[in-house]
Design a protein around this ligand. Structure first.
Ligand code: PEP
Ligand code: MG
Length: 325
């Protein structure tokens, strides 16, 4: 199997009916970087910057962040990297940060909420990213955006850092794309406003599914109770893809849903043409996609979502479709 996947590495990821699907990697530490070459991935679709903060003994200084981001961009070369700003809080605790007691940490003071309330932290990270990407392309996205003004406020901080660096004579990135994670259900109803501002979006299906079903992703009693490959989740995702196409903006998905072949099949059927996966998922997902008739999968998916029969399992229908092909 491994050898079989390795042989696929340099093959373009194109479905049987000619649809190109970009497979990117989820990463977060230096040790992840060799996977880019090993898998032949199109880039890094999600760089989880909080990992550096989680393994450190104290807040990493701007210079340390800068060195990591530069190493990541160097390793990626011409391939794009999407950096996600700090997603701490909730279950991602920093040992050196004062713990805030919260009854519902997943719904609490985390990610962009914490970043906007502690702008020094977010600005230091933005400065490190802007400097690391000097003269190259920078893609930055904000986690757990729930309201449009959070996106605007984060972008304003970024503008402030740009002004500062410009004034001090630094070479800026030659291009900056600013995006948002779609992982809080409230954003599903503000997609027009979001796409009017964001250069791209990336769906965080781990959190989005947790919040759509109100089922803690880390609690074994409920985590598997609801299937992500189900009508409500898939309708939400289809709507995001349609909006992205209407605004002509890139859309990708970086949650675990894309890391299983059946999940990736569902996503391509919904219209996703870029996914970000765990490195070990690239081989299995790619070998499935090379055999897929994406057009037929989309027709089946639309039929399942538009003529919903509660007794029919979308997962089983997709699995049967994959087995027939
Ligand atoms: C997600 O929520 O799907 C996601 C990619 O982010 P994380 O798993 O880091 O919360
Ligand atoms: Mg998330």
């Amino acid at each position: 199997r491994q050898a079989q996947y390795a042989a696929l590495r340099d093959k373009p990821c194109v479905t049987r009916d000619g649809e190109e699907v970009q497979l990117h990697l989820n990463a977060g530490l230096l040790v992840d970087l060799p996977h880019i070459q090993e898998t032949g991935a199109a880039g890094i679709g999600l760089f989880r910057t909080e990992l550096q903060f989680m393994v450190a003994a104290a807040f990493p200084r701007t210079a340390e962040q800068y060195r990591l981001y530069q190493a990541v961009l160097d390793a990626a070369g011409d391939r794009p990297v999407t950096f996600r700003t700090l997603d701490v809080g909730g279950d991602k605790v920093l040992p050196y940060m004062r713990v805030v007691e919260e009854e519902n940490p997943a719904l609490g003071w985390r990610a962009i909420r914490l970043g906007l309330d502690r702008p020094g932290l977010l600005r230091s990270q933005m400065r490190a990213l802007l400097r690391a990407a000097s003269g190259r392309s920078l893609k930055m996205m904000f986690p757990m955006v729930s309201a449009i003004d959070e996106f605007d406020a984060a972008k304003a901080l970024l503008e402030g850092e740009l002004t500062y660096l410009r004034r001090h004579g630094h070479t800026l990135p030659e291009r900056i794309d600013v995006g948002a994670m779609v992982e809080v259900p409230a954003l599903l109803f503000q997609l027009d406003e979001l796409f009017q501002r964001a250069d791209f979006v990336s769906v965080g299906s781990n959190d989005l599914v947790q919040f759509l079903y109100a089922a803690d992703r880390g609690n074994n009693f409920v985590a598997d109770r609801f299937d992500a490959i189900s009508v409500p989740v898939l309708r939400a995702l289809r709507n995001i893809v349609r909006k992205a196409h209407a605004y002509d903006k890139p859309v990708t998905l970086c949650g675990e849903l894309g890391s299983k072949p059946i999940g990736a099949l569902a996503l391509v059927a919904l219209g996703f043409r870029a996914l970000s996966l765990s490195p070990s998922a690239v081989g299995p997902v790619k070998s499935m996609l090379l055999e897929l008739d994406a057009g037929a999968a989309t027709r089946l998916m639309d039929d399942l979502l538009d003529n919903h029969a509660p007794k029919i399992s979308v997962r089983e229908e997709l699995a049967a479709f994959a087995a027939e092909a």
